[in-house]
Design a protein around this ligand. Structure first.
Ligand code: NAD
Length: 490
């Protein structure tokens, strides 16, 4: 058990306090955690301490308990996969005593802090924020920030570990991190509230971020505007205009051409490569997409514009629509931008689909909403023979095993949604070199990276006679372990 208390990024000297908190954190069963408290150590530390106790005492059947269970299930799935991979790779024999897999499973640092967000009406929302820095053996931490009512420490830990794996799979010189703010369910923040939240988040982390330390990007419910506010605030603290500290920024603030659509485009590029290997003609095939945010809508657009596929079903958290001949995706994108996600079901020229989108009669089901969307309870609904994972962790480990057993062909998240972090990396390279690449050049390079990563996975899957997901973990963990070994045991 290691608990290191830090104030403003520096070790905190209050030994009595340190010992007291250490004793109190220990009974909650957390291991190997470095908690960084900023900016007001005592208040923030007690906030975290209270939060941990709240987690431990969450009542059965409450939304918080359900959330905690889902987060824990997600983390357990990722950790099980990591341990299985370490065993397959015989890491303990190859690197005796180095505990390499534990050094991926246990994050380098967990940063937890309170945000007091002033609403436009003067009231205050007290929010819990996280940044988990999983591992930086291969390069600086990199990962998105999400604002959602499901955000939970275990969920953020799982997503941070997946980022470490993902960067290794596509060969980027980056480690893994993830951030999140737990926002109350149903809360719609105005633009000025979103701006204050962005700035407060950066204040809580300013000493932990930077182009050579940790570089956030957008994720669920955050976007280029949020990155612009964050980059601006970071610059105010550091006194320097360091655009490379955030990616997914607007073009006029050093963003990259092609970044907004990178994840969705990468998802479809991966499907195209998969189809090529499997001798499947995509033109005329049908596609159902769960989630119509950044990833889902851009995947839909690329599939519609470039592959000849028909996007027959689209769902979001408010409903599901379909059109047997294919939805008019460019019009649907404009419609949702204008009317909001809530109005998806009222899109003219489409029928409401009453069933679960998982049961859509389509050739490919793209899951682009949230983790744990497919569980042991609903995996049987899936009719599409190919599952394309745009979201992170959309299948629980149990559902994944059942889907594989049922013969479903799964193109895993770890590769399929790596287009976002890849173009984020391109953005960092452009920022560091004061360079601007054209959209065509960005997308051409993206395709090169995605195709090579896919081919490497397919070859590893053939060699080890395993799924693409297991192949991805095998390649990535091997690579990370090698970097860790080269760095030495310290
Ligand atoms: P987003 O906030 O832009 O969109 C999320 C979409 O999912 C919305 O349409 C929302 O209504 C929908 N949704 C939420 N709950 C749902 C439910 N229960 N059923 C159906 N739809 C639901 O988020 P995003 O950036 O598109 O991210 C989606 C997923 O992709 C997440 O898992 C995220 O971690 C992953 N991802 C995103 C990026 C990126 O660059 N944005 C990169 C890699 C992975």
């Amino acid at each position: 058990m290691v608990v290191i208390l830090k104030q403003n990024g520096l070790p905190h000297g209050g030994l009595n306090f340190d010992a007291k908190l250490r004793r109190k954190v220990n009974p909650l069963g957390m291991e190997g955690i470095c908690l960084t408290f900023f900016p007001d150590t005592f208040n923030t530390a007690f906030h975290t301490y209270n939060l941990l106790h709240k987690r431990a005492e969450a009542k059965e059947g409450t939304a918080m308990q359900e959330n905690l269970k889902a987060g824990k299930q997600f983390l357990d799935s990722v950790n099980t996969m990591l341990r299985q991979t370490a065993s397959d790779l015989k890491l303990d024999e190859r690197y005796p005593g180095h505990q390499l897999v534990e050094r991926i499973i246990i994050p380098d640092r967990i940063i937890s802090f309170r945000i007091s967000l002033q609403r436009d009406n003067g009231s205050i929302d007290v929010l819990t924020a996280y940044r988990v820095q999983n591992n930086n053996f291969r390069g600086p931490y990199k990962g998105g920030i999400r604002w959602h009512h499901h955000v939970d420490l275990d969920e953020v830990r799982a997503l941070a570990a997946l980022m470490t794996i993902k960067c290794a799979v596509v060969g980027l010189p980056l480690g893994g991190a993830k951030g999140g703010v737990l926002v109350p369910e149903g809360r719609q923040y105005s633009a000025s509230e979103r701006e204050r939240l962005s700035r407060k988040y950066v204040e809580g982390l300013v000493y932990d971020l930077g182009p050579k330390k940790d570089i956030p990007a957008p994720d669920v419910n955050t976007n280029a505007q949020v990155m612009a506010w964050m980059a601006d605030h970071y610059g105010k603290f550091t006194g320097e205009s360091i655009t490379a500290a955030f990616t997914g920024k607007p073009l006029s603030m050093g963003g990259s051409q092609g970044r907004t659509e990178a994840t969705g485009s990468g998802v479809i590029m991966t499907l195209e490569r998969h189809a090529h290997h499997k001798h499947i003609e995509l033109a005329g095939k049908t596609l159902a997409i769960q989630g119509f945010g950044n990833v889902g809508s851009h995947a839909a657009l690329k599939a519609h514009n470039d592959t000849g596929m028909k996007v027959t079903h689209v769902s979001n958290e408010f409903g599901c629509i379909h059109h047997a001949e294919g939805l008019n995706i460019p019009e649907l994108v404009k419609y949702v931008a204008l009317n909001g996600q809530q109005k998806l079901s009222a899109f003219p020229d489409a029928q409401v689909f009453e069933g679960d989108i998982l049961s859509a009669d389509a050739d490919v089901l793209c899951l682009a909403a949230l983790e744990n969307a497919v569980t042991a309870q609903n995996v049987d609904l899936i009719k599409a023979p190919i599952i394309l994972e745009g979201a992170n962790g959309p299948l629980t480990a149990e559902a994944d095993a059942m889907a594989v057993k049922a013969g479903l062909d799964i193109v895993p998240d770890i590769l399929a949604n790596a287009g976002g972090v890849t173009v984020s990396y391109f953005e960092m390279v452009q920022n560091e070199n004061q360079d601007r690449w054209t959209r065509d050049y960005v997308l051409e390079r993206l395709r090169g990276v995605m195709n090579k990563a896919y081919d490497d996975l397919r070859e590893a899957a053939r060699k080890h006679d395993c799924s693409l997901r297991r192949a991805a973990f095998l390649l990535a963990v091997d690579e990370i372990a090698a970097a860790c070994d080269l760095r030495g045991a310290q």
